[in-house]
Design a protein. Structure first.
Length: 189
C-alpha cells in the first residue's frame, strides 16, 4: 500500500470512527435516559438526525431501543471496513467481514467505557459543579456499570473501589472476548 492508500486508510478510520462514536453516544444516552436538553446531547441529536430521520420511518424503536440507530451503526461500521479493505486491496469472506466489524464495534464500546469511567473518577477528585453538562452525562453513562459493582464492593473507609472493579472487568473483556473474536475473524481472510 502506497502513501495515497495510507492516507485513505487514515481518513476513513478517523472520519468514520468519529461519526460512529457520535451515533454510539446518542444511542447510549437514549438507553440510559439522559437529559436531552443538555447542550452536549443536543449536539449529538443535531449531528445524527440527518441519517436517522429517514431510517426511523422504516425502522421503529422497540423495547426502549432505537433500532434505527443500531442499523445506522451497523451500516457505518460495514462501510468503514469495506473502504478499509478496499484500500488494502483485499476482501475477507462475508462471515469474516461481519465478525471483524462487530468485534471492532465491541472494542470501541469497551474502550469508550474505559475512558468514561476513568474520566468520571478524575472529575470526582476535583469536585466539579454538579450542574455541568458533561458531569451529568458521565454520571448517567457510567452509573449502569458502577451501581452493580458498588453492590458487590461497598465503600471501604469512604473510598469507592467500584471503578477499579469495573476497569478490571472491562480489561478482562478485551482480553477474553475481543482478542479471541479478532483472531477468529482473521481466520476468514
Amino acid at each position: 500500500m502506497g502513501y495515497l492508500g495510507q492516507a485513505g486508510v487514515y481518513l476513513v478510520e478517523t472520519l468514520f470512527g468519529l461519526y460512529i462514536l457520535v451515533v454510539l453516544l446518542r444511542l447510549l444516552l437514549q438507553l440510559v435516559r439522559a437529559d436531552f436538553y443538555n447542550p452536549i446531547a443536543q449536539f449529538l441529536v443535531a449531528a445524527t438526525n440527518p441519517p436517522l430521520k429517514p431510517l426511523r420511518r422504516l425502522i421503529p424503536g422497540l423495547w426502549g431501543i432505537d433500532w434505527a440507530a443500531v442499523v445506522l451503526l451497523a451500516m457505518l461500521q460495514a462501510l468503514k471496513f469495506y473502504l478499509l479493505f478496499l484500500f488494502q486491496g483485499r476482501m475477507p469472506q462475508p462471515a469474516g467481514f461481519a465478525l471483524w466489524a462487530l468485534t471492532d464495534f465491541l472494542q470501541l464500546l469497551v474502550y469508550f467505557y474505559l475512558v468514561t469511567v476513568i474520566v468520571r473518577v478524575l472529575i470526582g477528585w476535583v469536585s466539579p459543579n454538579p450542574h455541568n453538562p458533561l458531569v451529568g452525562l458521565l454520571v448517567r453513562l457510567t452509573e449502569p456499570l458502577l451501581r452493580p459493582a458498588r453492590r458487590l464492593i461497598p465503600p471501604i473507609g469512604g473510598l469507592d473501589l467500584s471503578p477499579i472493579a469495573v476497569l478490571i472487568g472491562l480489561q478482562l473483556a478485551l482480553i477474553l472476548l475481543i482478542q479471541p473474536l479478532f483472531g477468529l475473524a482473521r481466520a476468514w481472510f
